[in-house]
Design a protein around this ligand. Sequence first.
Ligand code: NAD
Length: 497
Amino acid sequence: MITLQHIIDGDNVTGTSETLFDIYDPSTGKITKQIQGASANDVQKAIKVANEKLASWSQVTASKRAQIMFNYRDLIIKHTDELAKLISQDHGKTFADAKGEVGRGLEVVEYCTAINNHLKSDFSADVSTGIDSYNLRQPIGVCAGIVPFNFPAMVPMWMYPVAIACGNTFVLKLSEKVPSCGLRLTELMHEAGLPNGVLNTVVGDKEAVDEILTNDAVRAISFVGSTPVGEYIYHKGSSHNKRVQALCGAKNHMIVMPDADLEQSSDAIIGAAYGSAGERCMAISVVVAVGDETAEDLIQSLMPKIKSLKIGAYNEPEVEMGPVISKQSQEKILSYIEAGINEGAELRVDGRSETKRDGFFVGGCLFDNVTSNMSIYTDEIFGPVLSVLRVSSYDEALTLVNDHEFGNGTAIFTRDGDTARHFTSHVKVGMVGVNIPIPVPVAMHSFGGWKRSLFGGSSIHGMEGVRFYTQLKTITSRWPSGIRKGAQFHFESGKDA
Ligand code: NAD
């Protein structure tokens, strides 16, 4: 049994909460690691250290901060296999998928190597005679990140590299289900040259989170996770005067038009619905087929592919889909499958026999003739369960997407440019794919949903991330050698000069 520890001020620290967290190998169902959770007191210490280091770190030049990001980039590349293995061991996703996740996090670090450029300010000369105006983007202070289980490396890397490159210090609260990779990534930041105390990483639950939400020294909080928890974090953090961004749950629809390339659409659905066992916030969980013929042809193409998915542990050869994260998650998914059957949907592929294996497996499931009032349609299941809805027109499909409470990602598959253009313009969703099933924005763009998939309005990484982790200062200056006008009692504008 491996015992993990928190990292505060560069030291490995044993937690003092009363909860001992078990970390499982989801492919066997066995406990492999443990960590004594971080108490409110432990988190307080992490925040105190981060606050003490703020003055010195925020004075380090952007070029030096960028140099550490260059070093970090090299270390992540060097340790990619090790990091991916840690992800797969705790989470269960395939090794190839875990490596892909590390690669996506790495791109954010690479974006941060150019932080001097991203922090570059605007300067306006002579806004009035002899008066200049310019902007500074300055660090906001101690920032915190609260992250979910499903991307143990990528989601933390959406946050702390950007915040730290902008001159802030950071407290990272990892998911208690998958902490190994986040802890190793913290060690590598120190190896890259980050001074102790700039990044402090703890593992805990509500007790740890509540300290972050209420501690006066924390100025900005990034949360990624489920909608009920995100809504709580957004409201509580905001009421304690913190800047909060909460990226939350999803139900991502893919519209398949009658003119779409059927095989391309079907392959895209297989990867997007069943990759990572459906445990992605950008997974496709709903297919809206326009026309009965489209629906039937698509389902005929999907069924054999779903039935032949290679399911297994992350390190088995050619495995395509791993287990889900926990026994509770497996049970929740099974209860939704029961609900779907009871509500009248047609289960055309039943993957429940996979639950007989050791570990937390659920095979790929496909529901046909799903309607918008069924719980398998309204709720986020977060497992390998795909619902097909049949509609008779594009307008009906668009209305479904727009009426759903979530608005994280969506996609349309079509050969028709007019339809695609109408869709990208009128759909009420934050991230949209055209013949791309999982349109996750790359690091220089920003990631974020609409509606109840995002609270706080600010997307993550890219320039939105830089804006979130900085505060804007605008300076207007006149030097004594400028023109003297005597006292002015009215608001001046450039036109008065
Ligand atoms: P979760 O909401 O259960 O947990 C997220 C984080 O909040 C964890 O660190 C957890 O320890 C903490 N937490 C849990 N319960 C809490 C409580 N009562 N009070 C305070 N903190 C609490 O989410 P999860 O199960 O780890 O992750 C899956 C969810 O995350 C899905 O809903 C998925 O859609 C969402 N997600 C969203 C995005 C996005 O960008 N929109 C990305 C990845 C995952």
